[in-house]
Design a protein around this ligand. Structure first.
Ligand SMILES: [Zn+2]
Length: 193
């Protein structure tokens, strides 16, 4: 995972820096997302797009209610469409269009047609929903991939999956960007509780 470079324009930069700073997300105080995530996993096992879509819609109904945002739509596609927004290069398994508030997820990769694993699929769903939150909860004019964005996404993902959150370690890279130091992140024992 690598962050976007900060925008050049000063007025956009302020929003970017704020997104970078917000490293936590209030999480729903019940187990509903865990239940929804298990339904997605079960639906993926039998590979029916209709059931996967319904389970994702249930998931998004809970998150939208929790964060008091408009519910965003979701479409589950068999394979990645050939034409995707080229500037969002990190979106390998899904995308989000702010104008229509629609998340698209695909169950297979574009080239090799391999099935997306449940973990990747759920992580993508959380990622795309966090784009929705950026516009609808935080009121940003754009939804950048900042360190804060990835931290918020990870918090939601681990909550939904029922796994302990990891502390993410970042290292600076070219163009004022950051990337996750995975060896260090994975080596660190997760905090208890
Ligand atoms: Zn993204």
């Amino acid at each position: 995972m690598i962050t976007d470079a900060p925008p050049r324009k000063a007025n956009q930069r302020a929003g970017f820096l704020e997104s970078d700073r917000i490293k936590t997300l209030d999480l729903p105080q019940d187990g509903r997302l865990l239940t929804c995530a298990k339904s997605i996993e079960a639906a993926m096992k039998v590979e029916t797009g209709v059931d996967v879509r319904r389970a994702c819609a249930d998931f998004l109904a809970v998150t939208s209610e929790s964060y008091k945002t408009t519910t965003c739509g979701v479409r589950v596609l068999a394979a990645r469409p050939l034409r995707v927004r080229e500037n969002w290069t990190t979106e390998l398994f899904g995308d989000y269009t702010p104008e229509t508030m629609l998340i698209r997820l695909w169950m297979r990769t574009a080239v090799r047609k391999e099935f997306t694993s449940f973990g990747t699929f759920l992580s993508t769903l959380c990622h795309e929903f966090c784009h929705h939150l950026d516009y609808q909860k935080f009121g940003f004019h754009d939804s950048w991939h900042t360190r804060g964005f990835y931290e918020r996404t990870a918090a939601l993902y681990h909550h939904a999956r029922g796994t302990p959150p990891k502390k993410l370690f970042w290292v600076p890279t070219s163009g004022e960007r950051w990337r996750i130091d995975w060896p260090r992140t994975n080596r660190t024992t997760p905090p208890v509780g």
